[in-house]
Design a protein around this ligand. Structure first.
Ligand SMILES: *Cc1c(COP(=O)(O)O)cnc(C)c1O
Length: 357
């Protein structure tokens, strides 16, 4: 079969060796002659998977004591709710930055639980940059930001020093670069962009920020329930956790965050270099805020799109149509995407220039 270059925005590309191991575990896990998905989550074999996944997260994040690592369900979208329900005090307020569709969804949900101050927004400019000039109020219960805006293709390169607990939605750039994770009190990420299959959400939370809201929280919605049961309060998404564990192992075995940061930098430089060089195309966001994960670009002449589409499809490229709110193209270059795939796309853009320019 011909090679497919998978630029899908999510669910997205996973390392081949991870897919290979995952498919083997579907048939015969740990030499039990049973499938991973037909054994008890309370078996020793699966408990070891959950424990290893937690340890790998801690190792990659280099976290000090006092944090819990959870694998939950409900996607990042449920975290929009759980964050506010668990952290926004009765009568309190939270500070948010509005940098894209996901950030604005998080804001909408938080408003169900109390006052939300949107302290910075790029909405009026169609989310084409990351606001940097804002002050986080000291009387907020927490500050929420989105590290990478998947749909618009912007990314925070630096994080503020927050006077209040900092919460971050890292769904689409988790483990893509080195970050001081200890700056954050809560990090969450749906697995399906950069860590594994859909079905589990990583939550890393500093224990001391919990239990202060004064409201009753249903057990399933309460982080403390899941912490006290090691993410096994109810049946966890066993397959999604297992594949996430394999992906984290792949990352560490290849050199960890320093290695992947360098690879992601190279991919982004190659991609944006061509977008800037090629007179037929242009990037949609402020250069300093460009995402290393999702590169959004347009053709100056949208009438050329069908011809360009034909060309990249023939080259084996998949998944670069832009989100409907931006149009054009979005090349998602998550961790598992090889540099070679970006080179194929760049070569197609060059060839398109040669025939059309
Ligand atoms: C995809 C995405 C979400 C939504 O994730 P679900 O798991 O589908 O709920 C939230 N935030 C960001 C930054 C995303 O990229």
């Amino acid at each position: 079969m011909a090679k497919v270059h998978n630029f899908s925005a999510g669910p997205s590309i996973l390392p081949q060796e991870v897919l290979q191991k995952a498919s083997e575990a579907i048939l015969n896990f740990d030499n039990l002659n049973l499938s991973l998905i037909e054994i008890s989550h309370r078996s020793k074999n699966f408990e070891a998977v959950m424990e290893r996944a937690r340890q790998l997260v801690k190792e990659l994040m280099q976290l000090p004591d006092g944090y819990s690592v959870l694998f939950l369900q409900g996607g990042a979208s449920l975290q929009f709710v759980m964050v506010a329900q668990n952290l926004l005090r009765e009568g309190g307020k939270a500070a948010y930055t509005d940098t894209g569709t996901w950030a604005s969804n998080a804001i909408k949900e938080a408003k169900l639980f109390g006052q939300v101050d949107v302290i910075a927004s790029s909405k009026a400019q169609n989310y084409t940059f990351i606001p940097k000039d804002y002050t986080i109020p000291e009387d907020a219960d927490y500050f929420h930001c989105t590290s990478n805006n998947t749909i618009y293709g912007t990314q925070m390169k630096e994080f503020p020093d927050s006077p209040v607990p900092m919460v971050c939605d890292m769904s689409s750039d988790i483990f893509s670069r080195r970050i001081d994770f200890s700056k954050f009190s809560l990090i969450y990420a749906g697995a399906q962009k950069n860590m594994g299959p859909a079905g589990t959400t990583l939550v890393v939370v500093k224990d001391e920020i919990l239990g202060k809201t004064g409201r009753a929280i249903p057990a399933m919605m309460d982080y403390r329930t899941h912490i006290s049961k090691d993410s096994m309060y109810n049946t966890p998404p066993v397959f999604a956790v297992y594949v996430s564990m394999l992906t984290l192992e792949w990352l560490i075995n290849n050199g960890g965050l320093a290695w992947i940061e360098e690879l992601n930098r190279k991919k982004a430089e190659l991609m944006y270099g061509e977008i800037d060089r090629n007179p037929l195309f242009y990037g949609t966001v402020a250069k300093e805020d460009r995402s290393w994960m999702n590169a959004c670009f347009l053709l100056h002449d949208p009438k050329l799109e069908p011809e360009f589409d034909k060309m990249w499809k023939e080259a084996g490229i998949s998944g670069i149509r832009g989100h409907r709110s931006v149009g054009g193209y979005r090349a998602s270059m998550y961790n598992a995407l090889p540099l070679e795939s970006v080179q194929v796309l760049v070569d197609v853009m060059k060839e398109f220039e040669r025939v059309k320019g």
